[in-house]
Design a protein around this ligand. Structure first.
Ligand SMILES: O=C(O)CCC(=O)C(=O)O
Length: 287
């Protein structure tokens, strides 16, 4: 799949500005969907139903996906979605969460929520988004099987405004499609009144200076992270924020944990402006 053409990119960004979300139909093919389902299947055997109304008592969730289902990387860094994320988030943005959500028959609607306030940051809405979420349909999202529901325009709403039923839109889309939405958009998983499951993957991304919702450094250990692309590694946290050094580990760049030959910024002829303000004893070598 080629990168989103500029015209399409502009249209997607325009829709996101107005509605808070955009939908890319049929981005991935059946082959990739089948591969992901195959990798997820050992974790979707009915052993771990949701523990509350948010996770869904008739749903199953699989976390730490990059440690369990490597094909997920293909959607986390999918070239149709990356240009939209690059336009909406600062360079070096992080993967905040990546989970599978299998909504079973009988599930009720999830509580309405936004995705980018998990740390209860003291910045009331309306405000700029801190993150961007995606939800990939691995089954058709239909009117009765628990399709995600969104509230168009709610990314501009104040905290206290609640969505009325007639303001809620079902995201009906074929398997292989993805919805991209701002972290400030109200949304929820829908009720599943059908006889089949509804499987989705939701990679969520956040600004580089924020804490990730899922503790990625622990969920995906260095030995596993080392098998992924540089972009995925960066999203997991194997990066520092330029200029500066936020994100270092034991005084060096985190990439050194997975790539002993990694050359720091000074070796690559780049300045480390953040170091200039530190005393000699605070400075660490070649971050
Ligand atoms: O399953 C869905 O459609 C939405 C789930 C969701 O928004 C969440 O758990 O954060």
């Amino acid at each position: 799949m080629a990168n989103a053409p500029a015209r399409d990119l502009a249209q997607h960004l325009q829709r996101i500005e107005v509605d808070g979300f955009t939908i890319l139909p049929k981005v991935i093919d059946t082959e990739l969907i089948t591969a992901i389902k195959h990798e997820l299947s050992p974790f979707l055997q009915g052993q771990h139903p949701g523990r509350n109304d948010f996770e869904g008592l008739y749903s199953e969730r699989v976390y730490a996906l990059l440690s369990k289902a490597p094909s997920i990387a293909k959607i986390i860094e999918h070239p149709a979605v990356l240009p939209i994320l690059d336009a909406l988030l600062p360079p070096g943005f992080l993967l905040s969460a990546a989970l599978a959500i299998d909504v079973h028959p009988g599930e009720t609607p999830q509580p309405m929520h936004i995705d980018d306030n998990a740390g209860n940051l003291p910045f009331p809405r309306p405000r700029a988004h801190f993150g961007v979420s995606t939800i990939w349909a691995l089954d058709d999202f239909t009117a009765d099987n628990g399709a995600t529901e969104v509230v168009a325009g709610s990314h501009r709403w104040p905290e206290e405004r609640q969505a009325k039923e007639d303001e809620i839109t079902q995201v009906v889309m074929p398997a292989g499609s993805v919805i991209v939405f701002l972290g400030t958009l109200l949304h929820r998983g829908g009720a599943n009144r059908s006889a089949s499951d509804r499987l989705a993957i939701t990679p969520q991304y956040c600004m580089p200076g924020l804490r990730q919702i899922e503790n990625m450094a622990l969920a995906v250990p260095p030995s596993v992270a080392g098998q992924y692309s540089p972009r995925i590694q960066e999203m997991l946290g194997y990066a520092t924020i330029d200029p500066g050094f936020m994100g270092y580990v034991d005084g060096v760049h985190p990439k050194r944990l997975i790539d002993p030959d990694y050359q720091g910024r000074r070796a690559r002829g780049l300045e480390s402006p953040g170091l200039a303000s530190l005393t000699e004893s605070q400075q660490f070598s070649n971050p």
